[in-house]
Design a protein around this ligand. Sequence first.
Ligand code: ZN
Length: 342
Amino acid sequence: MPSELDYREVDRRFFERYLRDFLPARMLDVHMHVHRQEDVPPLTQELAAANWATAVSHPEYLAHDAEEDYAKLFPGSEVSRLQFGSVVRGTNIEATNGYSAETADRRHVWALAVLDPTWPADRLHETLVAGKFNGVKPYWSLVPDAQEGEVRLDDMIAPHQLEVLDALGLIAIIHVPGPERIRAAHTRQALRRWCRQYRNATFVVAHVGRAYCMPFAEASFADLASIDGLLFDCSAVLNPHVFELAFNTIGPQRIMWGTDFPVLARMRGYRVWEGEKYRNVVSGDYPWNTDRQPPDVEAEYTYFVYEALKAMREGAECAGLSTTDLEDVFFNAAHRSLASDS
Ligand SMILES: [Zn+2]
């Protein structure tokens, strides 16, 4: 059955023009989600409306789906990954973690445990050791009964949990919560405190702090650059100016490539930025996608991840990144920290 996601001539042309000579032979995707349908709650209207990305990820994304996507989208590259489960509220956390752990070989595939912020230290320690996880993925929706706008970083991961990460020398990939994203001073203060206090742990700020629009990037990147040891992933960023500023301010040694699959593999279209807001212009039949274009216009859309990589390339070129810098971003930095744990 032909699908919206089948590889098309428009994708091949885009890849040849912008990506073939940009993507290195080895890539390591540090931010992607795998999950089985039976481990996540059913998609209700409320859930789809509350989080557009949840509607796109539903119902499942198996390890072998991800491998097919990498082969389809990046034909010249060998892609390793750091995977984690679903962070949707109501997910069976133990089950989603079990799936991540059992599909990780720790040579090409590593895993983080989705973190329940109520777990006591011994429970977290056991989970991490038994599943051979490289660390944790906290998320605002896993804080019981909390609304996104109210959650702070300190609610997403408890002090005794930070101590476990520090003792084991593991990673946390942090999605910064709230409408102010990385621009909230208390968020950057918490990151600064953690980096100072838990020196054996590695803190990675997802989506460069969700600074998808320039006002958030301009207000925070210089301060973030001054936090010793703090790292970043650039998944789901499609803004070339954000990439340029991130590479110039934070530097390529501290930024790691990620896709946020399945979302960026499943959407076709592009993103527009209007001040502090962005809009996804896409062709998928999602409940939130109410502003559709005529079919001949939508037929020209390529995968979101291709648009993200083109933007990354533009930002990298403007910032003057070398081939070596890009090999660090795409693979080396992440590989060093993951392979050293095993
Ligand atoms: Zn994600």
